[in-house]
Ligand binder design. Structure first.
Ligand SMILES: Cc1cc2nc3c(=O)[nH]c(=O)nc-3n(C[C@H](O)[C@H](O)[C@H](O)COP(=O)(O)O)c2cc1C
Length: 188
């Protein structure tokens, strides 16, 4: 099973990374993991040049996205894990999502594998309505573009006081999702 995890925090090794690591540790089946930490890759902003409309499958920018496009298209499980900054995706992961416009513009999307997606949202503040709404909105078209079926959206609020590894309720949600993945793979 091919898993691609995108870590969207501008801090390494903190709540977002810990949530990904926890989840991956629960996947018992054999898997190949490609993990992309936004602080360690070079992903420039989409320049809206529209080159990818007449030149299907091409992006004029040469950076880490060349590899990430291919991985996002063909993996079995995509994990998008990110904090919210001003109730929205931080700029680095938003740039990565925006660059998916190249795939959105493909007229023939038959090469895009159907896959599961797990979304992990992290917010420092106590839960408030719409804390993760912008993340949900942004991912609506990202999921359609990449042929994703959402297997869970785990929302860790109040990480300023309750670090992710102390949030039993959310960890249980991750356990349940991992169990579903393990069952799906065992059956296939
Ligand atoms: C620029 C910035 C803006 C933030 N805005 C919000 C916000 O709107 N809502 C919220 O709940 N937390 C907000 N936070 C807190 C982060 O979501 C929180 O610290 C989270 O744990 C960061 O993830 P990390 O621990 O993986 O780095 C913000 C943090 C930063 C740096």
């Amino acid at each position: 099973m091919e898993i691609v995890a995108i870590m969207g925090s501008h801090r390494n090794g903190q709540n977002t990374q810990k949530a990904i690591d926890y989840f991956i540790s629960k996947i018992k089946v054999e898997h190949e993991l490609s993990e992309y930490n936004v602080n360690k890759i070079d992903v420039q902003a989409c320049i809206a040049c529209d080159h990818c409309i007449p030149h299907q499958g091409e992006c004029v920018i040469e950076d880490s996205m060349t590899e990430i496009y291919q991985k996002m298209e063909t993996c079995d499980l995509l994990i998008i894990a990110s904090p919210v900054y001003f109730s929205a995706f931080p700029s680095k992961i938003k740039a990565l999502i925006d660059r998916t416009q190249m795939i959105y513009n493909l007229k023939d999307k038959s090469a895009i594998k159907k896959k599961k997606i797990l979304i992990i949202g992290v917010g420092g503040a106590p839960y408030y309505p719409r804390q993760f709404q912008a993340v949900d909105n942004t991912l609506e078209w990202y999921k359609k573009t990449l042929s994703c079926d959402e297997i869970g959206f785990v929302q860790f609020s109040h990480t300023d006081e309750l670090p992710v590894l102390d949030n039993k309720k959310c960890l249980e949600e991750l356990d349940e999702i991992a169990a579903k993945i393990n069952t799906l793979i065992a059956k296939s």
